[in-house]
Design a protein around this ligand. Sequence first.
Ligand SMILES: [Zn+2]
Length: 85
Amino acid sequence: MTDSRTDSSDAEVQNALNPNPDALDEHDPNVARDPVCGMLVDKRTANDTLAAPVNEKGIGMLYFCSANCKALFEANPAQYGFSSL
Ligand SMILES: [Zn+2]
């Protein structure tokens, strides 16, 4: 029987093609939190990133779920706890 093996590899392929944000673990070092909407972002597949000055939180790079969140952040970083870019 190969049913269970097929299921597992299908799930892996689907995960790679369309990662489900709900499945991300915020304690995973490859996962960051979008400072705008609070969504978890996979650093390895994030398209919208921003080099941020290291601040009191020790964050050197910001990851956004979308270009829209990145634009919101750039327009008003103070609203999200960053004094400047
Ligand atoms: Zn977002």
